[in-house]
Design a protein around this ligand. Sequence first.
Ligand code: SHN
Ligand code: NAI
Length: 232
Amino acid sequence: MASLLIAWQLTNKHVLIVGGGDVASGRIDHVLAAGAHITLVSPHDGLHPLTKHHLDTSDRISYHDRPFLPADLDHADMVLTAIDDVAVSRDIAVRCRALRIPVNVADDPSFCDFYFGSQIRQGPLQIMVSTNGKGPKLANIIRRKIEESIPRGAGAAIEKTGLLRERLKERAPGVGGDVGKRRMKWMVELCTAWEMDDLALLDDSQMERLLDEGWEHDIVPTPAELGVAPVS
Ligand SMILES: C[C@@]1(CC(=O)O)c2cc3[nH]c(cc4nc(cc5[nH]c(cc(n2)[C@H]1CCC(=O)O)[C@@](C)(CC(=O)O)[C@@H]5CCC(=O)O)C(CC(=O)O)=C4CCC(=O)O)c(CCC(=O)O)c3CC(=O)O
Ligand SMILES: NC(=O)C1=CN([C@@H]2O[C@H](COP(=O)(O)OP(=O)(O)OC[C@H]3O[C@@H](n4cnc5c(N)ncnc54)[C@H](O)[C@@H]3O)[C@@H](O)[C@H]2O)C=CC1
């Protein structure tokens, strides 16, 4: 079976991480990037230097210097185990299943509700390569190849497009219906007609003109018409 690929929103949710070694330090990175609060349970003598660094630098981690206790699962929205004790890992996973808490078990895929993947983050651009558990090292190698081929302006273009879509929704508010259809059609035409590098260069006033001269007249001006010029 394939898996469902989604971008799970974790802002202000509570994630329990059990274990503080090499694998856990990577999990902490990803979970902090997603804006969640972390409870980390792991004896201090097994902490990886990167885990210690996270503890020193983030105020979103509550740390407990001890082995896992079942009460740690109270109030957890998600649980990640990354420990070198498969019996404990599986016990935690079974408890999570009973409580219907989604769980990832780093050392036993058959107990995972979801897998991690090899990730790229460039501003709002997020790419994850998954081999569905078959070949994590190959996921890493493929991710590096993809990284090399991402257009340089992609992150900035997405950022600007996000701002433009917000302004468009302020100007033409409403969810769904005719206004939704019209907004989507215009955004599709704009993103198709413009190069990513041009979108990345849009400044505040050009964005306003794009809405005044483009959206209001149901046309898509060219970058040159708005004075958007790539630096040569
Ligand atoms: C199922 C999954 C569950 C999960 O962790 O969510 C899982 C499971 C296991 N990994 C193991 C080993 C290794 N994992 C890596 C690396 C990564 N593993 C990651 C994800 C996943 N690993 C999920 C599926 C991913 C997918 O679908 O493709 C990555 C992509 C993401 C991340 O962990 O953040 C990250 C690269 C991050 C990056 O590059 O960015 C390396 C390479 C290295 O260390 O250099 C090795 C050694 C080489 C090898 O085995 O390939 C073992 C022990 C196997 C054994 O004992 O023999 C198990 C358990 C098992 O398979 O039984
Ligand atoms: N999914 C993946 O990508 C990968 C998974 N693994 C597997 O993941 C597991 C963790 O790997 P590493 O981080 O490299 O191991 P590690 O040995 O560096 O770290 C294990 C951590 O778990 C802690 N721990 C052990 N028992 C605990 C308990 N009962 N409660 C709380 N904390 C406990 C230890 O103190 C230590 O901090 C291993 O079983 C390994 O085989 C390894 C590489 C990649």
